[in-house]
Design a protein around this ligand. Structure first.
Ligand SMILES: *Cc1c(COP(=O)(O)O)cnc(C)c1O
Length: 387
């Protein structure tokens, strides 16, 4: 039996997988069982920040596995404490709760917001206002937070206390927040799954000012756009706003499951003993991996991310079959004349793995993809768009 046959027989059919089996890789190149190489322009959906089998990352993981692979959260471990310290130092946030995924990082953010609003404003202040075309996860609460009805209809009833409004419409979010006595506004500064769309800077600034004035918390979902992806450490840093809570995951640990919820001074003491927990959250191996990633998100690396993003834009804007290029840094959406799924298929046949988001081709390459590998991938993508 091939990997594909075995998988189809025994793994739940929730993923529409491409007929590609990956057995190994190095950097931005992955390899199938026959030795065919693909350039990986998706990084496991923005997860393998420094590529496949990155040496520094591997070393950090192996070293920690050799010491202790897991302890319960009843005890202290160094990687967890060190990573939280790094995250706070780099963002000005005060406390971190570690979990295992983006959805869980958002669940924690929602719990913090609900408890804060209960304490400050009363029991009827529990609603989380989110944006249409957002994506916040697959658990029931984060599904409710996700402003896309396609994900909802078969899983009703969803937890209550979530409403979504159109993005970039300041009056709509203000009205919903007042009407529903919002506990928090929750958004992605660059919507990922919703079509790789950066929100308007003046909208984000107006939202942040309104939230502050009303003492409604601002939760920024940095699960996909965070950890260097857009050319800043976190995407909100492009827009001159200050969130009360940041959630992140995907690229944080470079390929191991880790979520983090960062809390500002305003909410740092909201969660107390017994309020929240996770058996695996803050796992020492995942945290050691994240320290290896996070320690390398230097100004030089971020400048490189910006430069590579610019290179991709220069190559693609105005190219045949390309209608628009969206996103920030190395989080890129390409509106193609042909259906994005067809362009993706052509790229795959020609050895380049891409993603889609709604009607766009989406690229989330490793932050350190070598320029010559990137150039090769872009030439394949350009040809596929033009075909
Ligand atoms: C992927 C994603 C999530 C969900 O993360 P999981 O790790 O799959 O739970 C949440 N928010 C955003 C913005 C994402 O891109």
């Amino acid at each position: 039996m091939s990997i594909m046959q075995m998988d189809q027989a025994a793994v739940a059919a929730t993923y529409k997988r491409f007929p590609v089996e990956i057995v190994s890789g190095k950097g931005s190149v992955v390899v199938d069982p026959q030795g065919k190489e693909y350039i990986d322009m998706g990084s496991g959906i923005g997860v393998t920040a420094f590529g496949i089998a990155d040496e520094a990352w591997q070393q950090a993981v192996i070293e920690q596995i050799g010491k202790v692979q897991h302890m319960s959260n009843l005890y202290y471990t160094e990687p967890c404490a060190r990573l939280a310290t790094m995250l706070c130092e780099k963002t000005g946030m005060k406390k971190v709760f570690f979990s295992n995924s983006g959805a869980e990082a958002n669940e924690c953010a929602i719990k913090v917001a609900r408890k804060y609003a209960l304490q400050q404003h009363g029991a009827d202040h529990y609603t989380i206002v989110t944006l249409q075309q957002s994506f916040h996860g697959r658990t029931l609460a984060t599904l409710a937070a996700t402003g896309q009805d396609v994900f909802h209809s078969q899983f009703l009833p969803l937890p209550e206390g979530f409403v979504s409004v159109p993005a970039n419409d300041i009056e709509a979010i203000k009205a919903a927040a007042i009407e529903h006595k919002a506990a928090a506004l929750m958004l992605e500064c660059v919507q990922g799954e919703g079509g790789v769309r950066a929100l308007d800077a003046d909208y984000l600034q107006a939202v942040a000012a309104f939230a502050k004035e009303q003492d409604i918390l601002l939760i920024v979902d940095e699960v996909q756009a965070g950890n260097g992806r857009t050319g800043k450490l976190y995407s909100y840093m492009h827009f001159g706003i200050q969130p009360d809570i940041i959630s992140t995951a995907k690229g944080l640990s470079g390929g191991l499951p880790l979520g983090a919820t960062l809390m500002s001074a305003k909410v740092e003491n909201v969660l107390t003993y017994g309020d929240h927990g996770s058996t695996f959250g803050g796992n020492p191996v995942c945290c050691a991996a994240a320290i290896s990633v996070f320690g390398r998100l230097t100004d030089e690396l971020l400048a490189e991310v910006m430069a590579k993003g610019e290179y991709i834009r220069e190559q693609l804007i105005g190219a045949p079959g390309v209608e628009a290029v969206t996103g920030l840094g190395l989080m890129i959406g390409i509106k193609t004349t042909k259906p994005a799924a067809e362009v993706l298929k052509t790229c795959m046949d020609n050895g380049v793995l891409c993603l889609t988001a709604k009607d766009k081709l989406r690229l989330l390459p490793a932050l350190n993809i070598p320029q010559e590998v990137l150039a090769k991938a872009i030439s394949v993508i350009k040809a596929a768009c033009a075909e």
